[in-house]
Design a protein around this ligand. Sequence first.
Ligand code: PXP
Length: 252
Amino acid sequence: MTAHPLRLGVNIDHVATIRNARGGDAPSPVRAAQMAEAAGADGITAHLREDRRHIRDEDIANLMAHISVPLNFEMAATDEMQAIALRHKPHAVCLVPERREERTTEGGLGVAEDEARLARFVAPLIECGCRVSMFVEADRAQIEASKRIGAAVVELHTGALCEAHLAGEFDARDRHLARITEGARIADEMGLEVHAGHGLDFETTPLVAALPQVVELNIGHFLIGEAIFTGLPDAIARMRAVMDDTRPPGTA
Ligand code: PXP
Protein backbone atom coordinates (compact mmCIF):
# COMPACT_ATOMS: atom_id res chain seq x y z
CA MET A 1 0.00 0.00 0.00
CA THR A 2 1.37 3.49 -0.81
CA ALA A 3 1.97 5.79 2.13
CA HIS A 4 -0.54 8.61 2.36
CA PRO A 5 0.91 12.11 2.66
CA LEU A 6 -1.82 12.76 5.21
CA ARG A 7 -2.38 9.73 7.45
CA LEU A 8 -5.70 8.81 8.99
CA GLY A 9 -5.57 7.35 12.48
CA VAL A 10 -8.89 5.79 13.47
CA ASN A 11 -9.73 5.90 17.16
CA ILE A 12 -11.80 2.83 18.12
CA ASP A 13 -12.51 3.77 21.78
CA HIS A 14 -16.24 4.06 21.24
CA VAL A 15 -16.59 0.55 19.89
CA ALA A 16 -15.45 -0.41 23.38
CA THR A 17 -17.93 2.08 24.89
CA ILE A 18 -20.78 0.20 23.18
CA ARG A 19 -19.37 -3.18 24.20
CA ASN A 20 -19.07 -2.07 27.83
CA ALA A 21 -22.68 -0.86 27.90
CA ARG A 22 -23.70 -4.53 28.01
CA GLY A 23 -20.56 -6.28 29.24
CA GLY A 24 -19.31 -9.25 27.27
CA ASP A 25 -17.11 -9.11 24.19
CA ALA A 26 -19.21 -7.55 21.43
CA PRO A 27 -18.74 -5.40 19.48
CA SER A 28 -15.04 -6.19 19.36
CA PRO A 29 -12.59 -3.26 19.17
CA VAL A 30 -10.07 -5.56 17.49
CA ARG A 31 -12.55 -6.47 14.77
CA ALA A 32 -13.28 -2.76 14.28
CA ALA A 33 -9.56 -2.03 14.09
CA GLN A 34 -9.02 -4.76 11.50
CA MET A 35 -11.94 -3.47 9.48
CA ALA A 36 -10.62 0.10 9.73
CA GLU A 37 -7.24 -1.10 8.54
CA ALA A 38 -8.80 -2.86 5.55
CA ALA A 39 -10.79 0.30 4.76
CA GLY A 40 -7.68 2.49 4.58
CA ALA A 41 -6.80 3.57 8.12
CA ASP A 42 -3.08 4.24 8.36
CA GLY A 43 -3.06 3.64 12.11
CA ILE A 44 -5.29 2.75 15.03
CA THR A 45 -5.64 4.86 18.15
CA ALA A 46 -6.87 3.60 21.52
CA HIS A 47 -7.05 5.52 24.80
CA LEU A 48 -6.72 3.46 27.97
CA ARG A 49 -8.34 5.72 30.53
CA GLU A 50 -7.64 5.49 34.22
CA ASP A 51 -11.27 4.41 34.87
CA ARG A 52 -11.25 1.90 31.93
CA ARG A 53 -14.58 3.32 30.76
CA HIS A 54 -13.99 2.11 27.19
CA ILE A 55 -10.67 0.48 26.24
CA ARG A 56 -9.49 -2.16 28.73
CA ASP A 57 -6.02 -3.51 29.39
CA GLU A 58 -6.61 -6.68 27.39
CA ASP A 59 -7.74 -4.60 24.37
CA ILE A 60 -4.28 -3.08 24.15
CA ALA A 61 -2.65 -6.53 24.17
CA ASN A 62 -5.14 -7.81 21.58
CA LEU A 63 -4.71 -4.79 19.32
CA MET A 64 -0.92 -5.16 19.47
CA ALA A 65 -1.28 -8.83 18.50
CA HIS A 66 -3.90 -8.52 15.75
CA ILE A 67 -3.38 -5.32 13.76
CA SER A 68 -0.60 -4.65 11.31
CA VAL A 69 -0.81 -0.85 11.10
CA PRO A 70 0.84 1.17 13.90
CA LEU A 71 -0.95 1.47 17.26
CA ASN A 72 -1.11 4.93 18.78
CA PHE A 73 -1.59 4.38 22.51
CA GLU A 74 -3.21 7.38 24.17
CA MET A 75 -2.70 7.71 27.89
CA ALA A 76 -2.37 10.05 30.83
CA ALA A 77 1.12 10.71 32.20
CA THR A 78 0.78 8.42 35.23
CA ASP A 79 3.14 5.74 36.54
CA GLU A 80 0.52 3.05 35.90
CA MET A 81 0.15 4.00 32.22
CA GLN A 82 3.88 4.37 31.75
CA ALA A 83 4.40 0.79 33.00
CA ILE A 84 1.72 -0.49 30.58
CA ALA A 85 3.29 1.38 27.65
CA LEU A 86 6.75 0.08 28.51
CA ARG A 87 5.36 -3.45 28.64
CA HIS A 88 3.65 -3.27 25.22
CA LYS A 89 6.01 -0.89 23.42
CA PRO A 90 3.39 0.44 20.96
CA HIS A 91 4.55 2.32 17.87
CA ALA A 92 3.39 5.60 19.38
CA VAL A 93 2.37 7.02 22.72
CA CYS A 94 0.25 10.14 22.83
CA LEU A 95 0.10 11.87 26.22
CA VAL A 96 -3.23 13.48 27.02
CA PRO A 97 -4.63 15.24 30.08
CA GLU A 98 -7.26 13.24 31.90
CA ARG A 99 -9.84 14.07 34.50
CA ARG A 100 -12.17 11.38 35.74
CA GLU A 101 -15.32 13.49 35.46
CA GLU A 102 -14.79 14.71 31.89
CA ARG A 103 -16.73 13.10 29.06
CA THR A 104 -13.80 13.26 26.68
CA THR A 105 -10.36 14.85 26.59
CA GLU A 106 -11.30 18.47 27.14
CA GLY A 107 -8.13 20.49 26.75
CA GLY A 108 -4.53 20.17 25.73
CA LEU A 109 -1.84 18.89 28.06
CA GLY A 110 -0.07 21.55 30.14
CA VAL A 111 3.43 20.59 29.06
CA ALA A 112 4.94 23.98 29.90
CA GLU A 113 3.46 23.87 33.42
CA ASP A 114 4.79 20.37 34.16
CA GLU A 115 7.91 20.34 32.04
CA ALA A 116 10.48 18.83 34.42
CA ARG A 117 8.24 15.92 35.42
CA LEU A 118 7.14 15.24 31.83
CA ALA A 119 10.76 15.27 30.63
CA ARG A 120 11.54 12.50 33.15
CA PHE A 121 8.29 10.73 32.25
CA VAL A 122 8.87 10.52 28.49
CA ALA A 123 12.58 9.60 28.67
CA PRO A 124 12.09 5.81 29.11
CA LEU A 125 9.33 5.77 26.47
CA ILE A 126 11.63 7.44 23.95
CA GLU A 127 14.43 5.12 25.04
CA CYS A 128 12.33 2.04 24.27
CA GLY A 129 11.51 3.32 20.78
CA CYS A 130 8.00 4.77 21.16
CA ARG A 131 7.24 7.84 19.06
CA VAL A 132 6.12 10.24 21.78
CA SER A 133 3.43 12.75 20.99
CA MET A 134 2.01 15.54 23.16
CA PHE A 135 -1.64 16.49 22.74
CA VAL A 136 -1.51 20.27 23.15
CA GLU A 137 -3.35 23.45 22.38
CA ALA A 138 -1.82 25.23 19.39
CA ASP A 139 0.10 27.52 21.68
CA ARG A 140 3.76 28.47 21.25
CA ALA A 141 4.69 27.84 24.91
CA GLN A 142 3.23 24.31 24.83
CA ILE A 143 4.86 23.49 21.51
CA GLU A 144 8.27 24.76 22.63
CA ALA A 145 8.04 22.82 25.90
CA SER A 146 7.10 19.66 23.96
CA LYS A 147 10.20 20.09 21.82
CA ARG A 148 12.43 20.67 24.85
CA ILE A 149 11.30 17.49 26.64
CA GLY A 150 12.15 15.40 23.57
CA ALA A 151 8.75 14.66 22.03
CA ALA A 152 8.85 13.81 18.33
CA VAL A 153 5.28 14.90 17.65
CA VAL A 154 2.69 17.43 18.75
CA GLU A 155 -0.96 16.65 18.17
CA LEU A 156 -2.82 19.95 17.95
CA HIS A 157 -6.20 20.03 19.69
CA THR A 158 -8.97 20.80 17.20
CA GLY A 159 -11.89 20.46 19.66
CA ALA A 160 -12.70 24.16 20.06
CA LEU A 161 -12.45 24.73 16.30
CA CYS A 162 -14.94 21.93 15.66
CA GLU A 163 -17.33 23.06 18.38
CA ALA A 164 -17.39 26.61 17.00
CA HIS A 165 -18.06 25.27 13.50
CA LEU A 166 -20.91 23.06 14.75
CA ALA A 167 -22.43 26.01 16.62
CA GLY A 168 -22.29 28.13 13.45
CA GLU A 169 -19.89 30.56 15.18
CA PHE A 170 -17.73 31.06 12.15
CA ASP A 171 -15.73 34.07 13.41
CA ALA A 172 -14.69 32.08 16.45
CA ARG A 173 -13.97 29.06 14.26
CA ASP A 174 -11.73 31.13 12.03
CA ARG A 175 -9.85 32.47 15.05
CA HIS A 176 -9.23 28.89 16.21
CA LEU A 177 -8.16 27.92 12.71
CA ALA A 178 -5.69 30.85 12.57
CA ARG A 179 -4.25 29.71 15.92
CA ILE A 180 -3.90 26.11 14.71
CA THR A 181 -2.40 27.26 11.40
CA GLU A 182 0.25 29.25 13.28
CA GLY A 183 0.85 26.38 15.74
CA ALA A 184 1.40 23.93 12.89
CA ARG A 185 3.89 26.32 11.30
CA ILE A 186 5.81 26.86 14.57
CA ALA A 187 5.93 23.14 15.37
CA ASP A 188 7.07 22.18 11.89
CA GLU A 189 9.79 24.84 11.95
CA MET A 190 11.09 23.31 15.20
CA GLY A 191 11.31 19.90 13.55
CA LEU A 192 8.29 18.42 15.30
CA GLU A 193 5.91 16.18 13.36
CA VAL A 194 2.46 17.77 13.38
CA HIS A 195 -0.74 15.81 14.01
CA ALA A 196 -4.23 17.09 14.75
CA GLY A 197 -7.43 15.73 16.15
CA HIS A 198 -10.53 15.92 18.30
CA GLY A 199 -14.08 16.49 17.13
CA LEU A 200 -13.27 16.27 13.41
CA ASP A 201 -16.06 15.36 10.98
CA PHE A 202 -16.63 15.60 7.24
CA GLU A 203 -17.08 19.39 7.43
CA THR A 204 -14.18 20.31 9.70
CA THR A 205 -11.60 17.83 8.43
CA PRO A 206 -10.89 19.81 5.21
CA LEU A 207 -10.06 22.93 7.27
CA VAL A 208 -7.27 21.08 9.07
CA ALA A 209 -6.25 18.74 6.23
CA ALA A 210 -5.45 21.86 4.19
CA LEU A 211 -2.58 22.78 6.53
CA PRO A 212 0.50 21.45 4.72
CA GLN A 213 2.47 20.72 7.91
CA VAL A 214 -0.18 18.35 9.30
CA VAL A 215 0.71 14.75 8.47
CA GLU A 216 -1.77 12.79 10.61
CA LEU A 217 -5.36 13.24 11.71
CA ASN A 218 -6.80 11.15 14.55
CA ILE A 219 -10.55 10.74 14.33
CA GLY A 220 -12.86 8.61 16.44
CA HIS A 221 -16.27 9.61 17.71
CA PHE A 222 -17.64 10.90 14.43
CA LEU A 223 -16.50 7.85 12.43
CA ILE A 224 -17.90 5.34 14.92
CA GLY A 225 -21.17 7.27 15.01
CA GLU A 226 -21.34 7.43 11.23
CA ALA A 227 -20.60 3.69 11.08
CA ILE A 228 -23.93 3.02 12.81
CA PHE A 229 -25.68 4.35 9.72
CA THR A 230 -23.43 3.43 6.82
CA GLY A 231 -20.94 0.91 8.18
CA LEU A 232 -17.36 1.44 9.28
CA PRO A 233 -15.69 0.78 5.89
CA ASP A 234 -17.97 3.30 4.20
CA ALA A 235 -17.46 5.95 6.90
CA ILE A 236 -13.68 5.55 6.69
CA ALA A 237 -13.65 5.50 2.89
CA ARG A 238 -15.65 8.72 2.81
CA MET A 239 -13.32 10.37 5.34
CA ARG A 240 -10.34 9.23 3.30
CA ALA A 241 -11.95 10.77 0.21
CA VAL A 242 -12.51 14.08 2.05
CA MET A 243 -8.84 14.09 3.05
CA ASP A 244 -7.65 13.15 -0.44
CA ASP A 245 -9.86 15.81 -2.04
CA THR A 246 -8.23 18.42 0.20
CA ARG A 247 -4.73 17.06 -0.25
CA PRO A 248 -4.57 14.82 -3.30
CA PRO A 249 -2.14 11.86 -3.00
CA GLY A 250 1.20 12.72 -4.58
CA THR A 251 0.99 16.41 -3.58
CA ALA A 252 2.70 16.15 -0.17
N1 PXP B 1 -6.79 12.88 19.52
C1 PXP B 1 -6.75 12.82 20.87
C2 PXP B 1 -5.46 13.12 21.55
C3 PXP B 1 -7.88 12.43 21.62
O1 PXP B 1 -7.83 12.38 22.96
C4 PXP B 1 -9.06 12.10 20.92
C5 PXP B 1 -10.26 11.63 21.68
O2 PXP B 1 -9.97 10.51 22.42
C6 PXP B 1 -9.05 12.16 19.52
C7 PXP B 1 -7.90 12.59 18.85
C8 PXP B 1 -10.24 11.79 18.71
O3 PXP B 1 -11.28 12.67 19.00
P1 PXP B 1 -12.73 12.33 18.44
O4 PXP B 1 -13.15 11.05 19.09
O5 PXP B 1 -13.52 13.51 18.88
O6 PXP B 1 -12.61 12.21 16.96
